[in-house]
Every structure is written in C-alpha cells, then in structure tokens.
Design a protein around this ligand. Structure first.
Ligand code: FES
Length: 329
C-alpha cells in the first residue's frame, strides 16, 4: 500500500512533438502552476487507474506548463502507450512536480550522465548548472543518434561541456575511464538503463569515491534480459499465476488477489520485496535497492521491477517460461 500523499490536478495537453525514435515531447498546462525544480517528476493517472511517473524535462517560467519526454516502450504496460496517444486538447490527471532526485547546489564540480530516455531526468539539471556557471560535464549516451532526444538543444546550450557517446558510431562510453576522471569532491547525477547505472556504481565503489556523491534516478524498466513471460508460484497461498511480458510480478500477484506492500513501483524503496524459495531460470534483478552482493545471493527480489528470464545454460528451452517459487509475501 502506498504511503505517499499526493495532490492531483487536471492538466491539458498543448503540444505533442516527436523528438527522437519512439520519443514524444509532451507539453502540458495545469490548473495550479508550480515551477518544477531540476530532477523533479510528475505522476500521471492512466485510464486504468494505474499511475506512472515521468521526469519533467523543463517548465515554463511561470510554472504554468511542463514538458515531458516519453519513450514508447515495446513492452509498455499501458503507460507509454497512453502517453503517446495524447493529442493537443486532451486532458489528464497529473500531479504537481514531485521531487526525489534533487540537485545539490554548491558542489565544486558535477558530472551529469544520461543514458537513452534518462536524459529527461537530468536535462533540467544541466540547464541550471549552465545558468549558474558551474563546473560540469554533461555525458549523454545512446545506442543510435536518432534515438537520442533533445540533442540539438543540448549541443547549443552546453557546447564543449556536452560529451556524446553513441554505440553504433563506435564512440560508446567507457565507464571506467569516466569514473577514473572523477575526483572525490565531484557529484555525479545519473539516469539511464540499469546496466549503465550498475557499471557506474561498481566503478564508483572500486575507486572508493564517496557514496553520497553518486546520485541517481531510475524508473526500473530495463534489465539484463528482454522481458519474458514467467510463472510465479506461492505455495503458502496455494497460488500459481503467469506474469505477462507487459506487466510486473507485483501486478500479477495483485491481480491474483495477493495483498502486496509497495510504494515507488520503480525498484527503489524495497517495500515490495519478496523471498525466493527456488527459481527455474534466472532472476533479472532490475532494482537499485539491493546491493550487488544481495543480487548475487538472490534470496529476495523487488516484485515491482525484477523478473525471471529463461535458463541461459539451456537456450533450447527458451520457449519454456521460467518459474519462480516465493516464500509467502
Ligand atoms: S515498490 Fe519500491 S522497490 Fe518495489
């Protein structure tokens, strides 16, 4: 059950523009203007009643409008499909900007690191650092140039402070090199795929950099394996159900009538964690709550984002879904 009290308001879409492959820039005006701080996000209520979070890319000077960047996920559970269906004039239920990824003003230097759609969470931070004349590097990573939103605007605003790495142009990011050049007083803010953030966290730890100086935002939607259907069993409840590719294990257990604890639904708070009794397949830990050691032990997982993938030692069995058996949640 969520413990967060959130104020909802009506919003009206004023513009929808394609800004990269499968990424739409959506501008929304709201009833009660609130100027967004860098790193903030809004929650949007879908027609199904479910809630999704989207980073605020920018806000109007008077706080009356906000701009979101939304990637249409091939495994959308309804959120990005709904957002991409919006057209100017449409109305929606939306919160005022919420903050759980604040930029700390006053650090001697900064690194901003964005991977893919993670750019939406850090681009406003870059604008603020630019305006303040801060010492910063803005590192933007993507698979292809056409999949990277807001590139022209970022190049114009940040000039030499912007560093672009594009996999299919042979300029992919070397995380070790990036972290090697970070000193102990630098703060690094990142948002991107879990693999990228895991690599940075490992390098950060290897270089014994101060843990509080590494800050990140995740929407817990990418893993080591593509999302596959799998079976979850809870013998203590006499329950077995299938988790589809477009839903989370938390969704599936709730649908089956299990009273689950949760809060963020983004793999951050750990409230939805469940105990693993056994697994036929491989747990794809997609959260940022558990440590590397805990993920290796794999005795628990975050039901809101983590999944089960086929057995890698038996690729021929890929059509057989993984099966996970849980201790009673
Ligand atoms: S609900 Fe927060 S980690 Fe799953």
């Amino acid at each position: 059950m969520s413990t967060v009290q959130i104020m909802w308001q009506r919003g009206r879409v004023t513009a929808v523009d394609a800004v990269a492959d499968s990424i739409a820039k959506i501008t929304i005006v709201t009833d009660t203007p609130v100027r967004p701080e860098p790193g903030s996000h809004v929650d949007v209520r879908l027609p199904s009643g479910d809630v999704r979070s989207y980073s605020v890319v920018s806000g109007g000077a008077d706080g009356g409008s906000i701009t979101l960047g939304v990637h249409l996920s091939p495994t959308s559970r309804g959120g990005s499909t709904y957002m991409h269906s919006l057209r100017p004039g449409d109305e929606l239920d939306i919160t005022a900007p919420l903050q759980n990824f604040p930029l700390r003003v006053g650090a001697p230097s900064y690194v901003l690191l964005a991977g893919g759609i993670g750019i939406t969470a850090v681009s406003a931070m870059g604008a603020v650092l630019r305006r303040m004349g801060s010492d910063y590097r803005f590192v933007y990573v993507g698979r292809t140039r056409s999949a990277m939103a807001f590139l022209p605007e970022l190049e114009e605003l940040h000039g030499d402070c912007l560093e672009i790495h594009i996999d299919d142009e042979g300029t992919g990011l070397d995380v070790t090199t990036l972290v090697e050049h970070v000193d102990t007083r630098t703060e690094l803010y990142m948002c991107g795929p879990i693999r990228l953030m895991d690599a940075v966290r490992r390098a950060w730890s290897d270089h014994t950099l101060p843990t509080p100086n590494l800050r990140y935002e995740t929407f817990g939607n990418s893993g080591w394996f593509d999302a596959e259907e799998f079976v979850v069993a809870v013998p203590g409840l006499g329950l077995t159900t299938t988790v589809g590719t477009g839903e989370s294990m938390l969704d599936a257990l709730e649908r089956a009538g299990v009273d689950m604890m949760f809060d963020c639904r983004k793999g951050e708070c750990g409230l939805c964690q469940v105990g693993i009794a056994s697994v036929d397949g491989q747990v794809d830990h997609r959260d940022v709550f558990f440590s590397e050691a805990q993920k290796t032990d794999s005795t628990k997982m975050c039901a809101c984002v983590s999944r089960v993938a086929h057995r890698p030692s038996d690729p021929g069995a890929r059509s057989a879904p993984g099966v996970i058996t849980l201790d009673t949640p």
